[in-house]
Design a protein around this ligand. Sequence first.
Ligand SMILES: Cc1ncc(C[n+]2csc(CCOP(=O)(O)OP(=O)(O)O)c2C)c(N)n1
Ligand SMILES: [Mg+2]
Length: 329
Amino acid sequence: MPKENLTVANPPAATPEEQFDWLHTMLQIRYFEDECHRMFAQGLVRGSTHLCQGQEGVVVGACRAVGIDDKVLCTYRGHGAVIAKGAPLDRAFAEILGKANGLCAGKGGSMHLTDMAVGAVGSFAIVGGHLPIALGVAFEAQYNERQEVTLCFFGDGSTNIGAFHEALNMASVWKLPVIFICENNLYGEYSPLATTTPIERLAQRADSYGMPGVTIDGNDVEGVWRTVSDYAARARAGAGPVLVEALTYRQKGHSRSDPAKYRPTGELEAWLERDPIRLLETKLEHLGLERGHLDDLRATAEQEVMDALERARGWPDPNPERLEEDVYA
Ligand SMILES: Cc1ncc(C[n+]2csc(CCOP(=O)(O)OP(=O)(O)O)c2C)c(N)n1
Ligand SMILES: [Mg+2]
């Protein structure tokens, strides 16, 4: 690969229309998860749920920087990534409700949303377990000479797992087109990062593997979009992987059963001031959008979510005879 092909100019700034569209998706994710929370509280869902509320800027910014043919892998906190990649809201709800029309025919649930039709290759519950799988996905595209990139989202806690280090090492040696995106939300399950990790800037871990490592504001959706657009273009040109550390915050507990009492007083409130949806709305107002227009968008997104839920609830439960279908390849 000639060196000049590896230098890609920064992408242009996003238009207000594009940013309005991102806001729409971020609101859909926010309302979708409000309903998930309610459904779990009502006992309509088996298993657990892990909300990404507060982290929507990372997944929307990153997924909008790539195309439908590019692939995404994420964690059990993956509702946002899969919706941002384009999965339909009704079939995502149906999956969480265990319905036959669910994205995985109701067999995966909240922690395993997958929609191959839009390149959402999987949500994985084993911390760090999907990083080597992302390598396989990227290798397949590289081997078959398709210029696709793979986005791999994971939490800060994953960076202390062996598979993280093995995956970054091999991705770098093989120049695989993977964008590793660490959603650093400051906590593992219940542990503050500083109690498990001896460094503050996780992007530094890229140094050991000879790839670029950058820390960005994950609540600035346009900043995420720019960074991922830039590195995706480089990866398509053969420059290999990157580690992006996106600083963000989960506004709810780790999972449904966690009231998050371990947080210092005032921390949540400070991060709510930097809520990614609020930040983007303020920015669009500065760009000249009227508040009423933004309020209308909120109402539209909420109605779309409620309509999708109503459709999903009306769909049939799976036929028990199909239990073992799709289980073995
Ligand atoms: C290999 C493995 N160890 C432990 C767990 C239990 N566990 C589930 S989530 C979690 C915390 C992960 O934190 P982080 O990677 O920061 O992701 P976040 O939940 O903050 O999005 C742990 C320890 C697991 N699922 N897999
Ligand atoms: Mg975390």
